[in-house]
Design a protein around this ligand. Structure first.
Ligand SMILES: Cc1ncc(COP(=O)(O)O)c(C=O)c1O
Length: 394
């Protein structure tokens, strides 16, 4: 079609990988590709009970338009149950309900980025954020990470060079894709750098409550006394992604701008869905549900890591994530994980090649494995098949 599309669409292209990953929908595939929660853990009975109560008792209100900020009870529950108090304590006025945190990422791009502006992110970073930001045509500057997350000295060098960068985007807990967690001291340092350079931090936290082992670190936001951190949360990984309910936690002044953007985008999130989620959380304990999720994911993560140790060539490096949904694999430098994916699909195994997690491209020798969505025996089987493929190259 010969329409005169906007220039920004040139940076948003369907990737070859996306086409390949469509094959993961085949029924016999063992897919480590998506970031999908285990659907068998969705609390169907309880949701059925709550949904029918909401319709019976509040039907007209629940099916009507409602405020852009979101259902007040839900915002209150988020403040009381999901956000641990830190330097400041949120009130519902600090919370905007969004259509998953993906929408919050898009809004962040809209709020901050003019064409060509510098934004700073981890290397690698979340593919969905990279794509959301790309629509606003920024220049991405990637900060290298080690096993404790973003390397602060490198970040400081970048900030010296680009003091007008628009924001620092980070996924500090069990990062997607690497599974890496940012050390506590670095979290504090990040806040002081944000203050020094007057640059906001976008703290994307979908996995912070999915600690499979070890200490749970305080959020970056919890160290933020002066409103430099905009925190994104979601119920996608701790409840059900299908509701598409996430939130932005920010100072009121900043939140007001996000609210204006939300008005222009879709007016509000579904009134019905917000009420179902809120009344579920009012009656049932989400922490108890999260503990069930953790129990299952921990077993799956252990099977995956143990199988990798058993079946992968010894020279292959991978992260032993302490939470979240992913492990990240590094191959020999000259290897291309997209080529490996083609071979893997022939033996009915899928993963996501790593190149798309680097906004400036160039790194082809990584891939991401998800362990939340497949049963334990499929995980063991899939990793053995992958290991057999990899042995040819080592
Ligand atoms: C780091 C990160 N941010 C945001 C999202 C989007 O989540 P949501 O379902 O809340 O839109 C994901 C989903 O996988 C993610 O991994």
């Amino acid at each position: 079609m010969n329409f005169n599309f906007s220039e920004r669409m040139q940076s948003i292209r369907a990737s070859e990988i996306r086409e390949l990953l469509k094959l993961t929908e085949k029924p016999d595939i063992i897919s480590f590709a998506g970031g999908l929660p285990a659907p068998e853990l969705f609390p169907l009975k309880e949701i059925e009970e709550i949904a029918s109560k909401v319709i019976i008792k509040q039907g007209q209100g629940a099916l009507q338009y409602s405020t852009t900020e979101g259902y007040n009870l839900l915002r209150q529950i988020i403040c009381e149950q999901r956000i641990k108090p830190g330097a400041t304590k949120p009130t519902p006025d600090n919370i905007l309900i969004t259509s998953g945190s993906q929408q919050a990422l898009d809004f962040t791009g809209k709020l901050f980025i003019n064409k060509g502006d510098v934004i700073i992110c981890e290397s690698p970073s979340y593919l969905g954020a990279i794509n959301a930001f790309k629509a606003y045509e920024p220049t991405f500057i990637e900060v290298p990470m080690d096993e404790d997350g973003i390397i602060i000295e490198k970040l400081e060098e970048i900030l010296e060079k680009y003091p007008k960068a628009k924001f620092i985007y980070t996924i500090p807990d069990y990062q997607n894709p690497s599974g890496i967690t940012l050390a506590v001291e670095r979290r504090k340092k990040l806040v002081s750098l944000a203050e020094k350079y007057h640059i906001p931090i976008i703290e994307d936290s979908p996995y912070s409550e999915l600690a499979l082992e070890g200490e749970v670190y305080p959020s970056i936001k919890s160290f933020d006394k002066n409103g430099y951190v905009i925190q994104l949360g979601t119920f996608s990984k701790t409840f059900c992604p299908g509701f598409r309910i996430g939130w932005i936690y920010a100072e009121e002044e900043v939140l007001q701008k996000y609210i204006l953007i939300k008005q222009g985008a879709d007016l509000q999130c579904s009134t019905l869905d917000q009420r179902i989620v809120a009344h579920y959380m009012e009656k049932y304990c989400l922490d108890t549900h999260i503990n069930k999720i953790i129990e299952v994911y921990k077993k799956r993560r252990n099977i995956m890591i143990d199988s990798m140790i058993k079946f992968f060539p010894k020279d292959i490096k991978f992260t032993h994530s302490k939470g979240g949904l992913f492990t990240w694999v590094e191959l020999k430098e000259h290897m291309n994980s997209a080529e490996l994916l083609k071979e893997a699909l022939e033996v009915n195994v899928a993963f996501v090649p790593g190149a798309s997690f680097f906004p400036n491209g160039g790194k082809h020798n990584y891939f991401r494995l998800n362990y939340s969505n497949m049963s334990e025996d499929k995980i063991a089987e899939g990793i053995e098949r992958l290991g057999n493929l990899l042995k040819k190259y080592y």
